[in-house]
Design a protein around this ligand. Structure first.
Ligand code: SF4
Length: 327
């Protein structure tokens, strides 16, 4: 048993002051990943700052932007009427994640902060550059069926496990972050990081900062959309490959295309080149196939995950085809 202190606050400023004073402290909200990490000895904060009582649960539309408090639960967000009506891609991605019980506990901010499910990361007897920088990567040349095909480095080939984040990157969300001097806002696409030679860093949140809300601009992507999650069993499994696809189709022309993938990179993987190709084109299978080909540029397998090199483009085509068929 590792001892740790537990403190609770209902004031954001106090929470920021507490975390700023203690480099080994950690915020805890739903705890659906952090508790596992602590039980397995992957992480050992000396203080847990319970933020569940902070006033960060509101979900509301303000000036054509959906504001989502970081402490809204995944199920609250999926069930919200504005989300169902105007951001159904996000609803589908949320519903695809974890189990109903976990979605009730897990918060939006926690979902973004969850760590990879690479088995070597959780096994403290194995080398892992993310858990113990410089110790090596057990997955390269080892069990890597779930691992990255895009943007991997020689230090780490892990993937980000979230479904929600795949939809959020496709929807051009922004992340609002509080610190002791105020707030800053970054694009969702810049929140998570590629592993590079610092795989221990999952994202660009700085020590002493707290995610307070997401802002998602309204769009015309609520008619032709699909979230496809390919996984080993039909419930409660992480994605082998997932695709968030949304199209704004007018007079049989694609005005806007949004595409992102999960289960393929260290961060939610937006497919900008494929989106640009689709813009102005007819929504045909031939164009979807070409977009998938473009999206796969630079993909690389590591042995056990080579099947993703076929699964990924097929999933893109399938997600776009289903999205188009909704009109
Ligand atoms: Fe660790 Fe990343 Fe290698 Fe997994 S892929 S063992 S998380 S360094």
């Amino acid at each position: 048993m590792i001892n740790f202190q537990y403190v609770r606050t209902s004031v954001v400023k106090t929470a920021l002051g507490l975390i700023g004073k203690d480099p080994k402290a950690s915020f805890i909200a739903g705890g659906t990943n952090l508790i596992d990490l602590m039980k397995r000895g992957v992480t050992a904060p000396d203080k847990l700052i319970d933020i569940n009582y902070l006033p960060l649960k509101k979900i509301e539309e303000i000036d054509h932007v959906l504001h989502v408090g970081a402490l809204a639960s995944n199920s609250e967000l999926a069930e919200n009427m504005i989300v169902k009506d105007k951001f159904p891609l996000l609803m589908l991605a949320l519903q695809a994640g974890a189990s109903a019980q976990l979605r009730n506990m897990a918060t939006v901010g926690g979902n973004m902060m969850q760590r990879t499910r690479c088995a070597y990361f959780y096994d403290t007897t194995m080398p892992c550059n993310k858990r113990a920088p410089g110790s090596g990567c057990g997955a390269i040349g080892g069990y890597n069926r779930m691992h990255a095909i895009f943007g991997a480095s020689e230090a780490c080939i892990a993937v980000h496990p979230s479904d929600m984040c795949v939809a959020l990157v496709a929807l051009d969300a922004k992340v609002v972050i509080a610190h002791t001097k105020g707030e800053r806002k970054i694009n969702f696409i810049d929140f998570h990081r590629l592993a590079g030679n610092t795989p221990e860093k999952d994202n660009n949140l700085q020590k002493g900062e707290l995610i307070v809300r997401l802002e998602i601009p309204l769009n015309n992507l609520n008619k032709n959309f699909h979230y496809l999650k390919v996984r080993d069993r039909s419930s409660y499994a992480f994605a082998l490959v997932s695709v968030a696809a949304a199209l704004d189709i007018q007079n049989n022309i694609i005005h806007t295309a949004r595409l992102a993938m999960g289960g393929v990179a260290h961060k939610p993987w937006r497919l900008i080149a494929a989106e640009n190709f689709l813009k102005g084109k007819n929504p045909t299978v031939a164009n979807f196939e070409e977009a998938a080909k473009i999206a796969m540029n630079g993909a690389k397998g590591f042995g056990e995950n080579d099947f993703k090199l076929k699964m990924a483009p097929n999933s893109i085509i399938e997600a776009l085809t289903v999205a188009k068929a909704k009109s």
